[in-house]
Design a protein around this ligand. Sequence first.
Ligand SMILES: [Zn+2]
Length: 374
Amino acid sequence: MEKTILNKTIIYKYLISLFLLLFFTNSLFAGNNFVKSEISKGELNLYFTSDIERVTYFTLPDADGITKYIYDVHGGVLPPNKGISKHSFKNIESFRMGQNSPTKLRIIIRSKQKFSENHVYNGKCLTIPLVHDGKKSTKATKIVKGSRKAYTVVIDAGHGGKDNGASCCEVKKEKKVTLSISLKLKNILENKGFKVFMTRSDDTFVPLPSRTEFANKKKADIFISIHANAAPKESLYDVFEGIEIYYLSPAKTQRAKEAAIKENAVMFEGKDKYSTNEYLSLLSREKITESHKLGLDVSKMMLSNVRNSFGKVSDGGVKTANFWVLVGAQMPAILVETGYITHPKEGDNLMDFYYKNVLAKGIAEGIERYLKNK
Ligand SMILES: [Zn+2]
């Protein structure tokens, strides 16, 4: 009896070490191998053996007015004798690819002309649009083809000018974060074929009622107000985090009420006297339902995009609140709190170029999803 137990233990130990060995060998050396590249319809497509987990992007100035557009495929591996095929494309000076680190494959495109930064990766393929002069990428035309008209979206970058919105740690200002995400969102939506207007595209102050009035004038199909949240006090900086989406309807939760008070603050400096309650009593059930649906789709796509690229993000849900900025909108309207600027990790993320890109991509996909199911 004792002998069998001993033998079993040895076998188990052996099996465990074999498993660990296989596991580590696998995680250390199994990279995502580059397979091939091709240019089709103005887009450079790069194929890999497995799903791409993350791509980061930045630019560097080069000599003679050339800019280097650099894409790092995390986990990407360049097998020997492989590289981007010899491509020539309009104003692209050169394509290059190399192993930047054991776990990072770098693609460098040199061009004199600015081209779109809206690379997308879906499964095993990374697509870089080599598009100039505001031409739409083919990915965009594909989406627009099916619909009869281009949808109009008004993006409202929260706060601006004298109104900083939430701020933290001196450098982190909500008005900057909201503008930066909004500009990225505009770019992505335009590439998908949407007509996009911004309530502000620089650091200017826009009174809250003018924002929805503007959307009504533009006959927008969707109004989307971009914000970043802040914890009510410093002792809660570590506690409050995550993405929250609001639509107009009487506020139910305390957290929703607090968020509304903060976002509405700028209203009470001025002379506007009428109350949101008067407006709320006129809101149709249908508009509430549509905004709620839009909120759910945007929330879903934001969370999945951030989780795909960054692993963890807290889901603050889709809630109702009395936000002044949504009052008066004649179309489905939501307010997106993209994260807590006061949270140590999330606040840093909101300063990060790539994180903001992923947020914007998620919002854009949420809008598409809503319109497709309408
Ligand atoms: Zn705000």
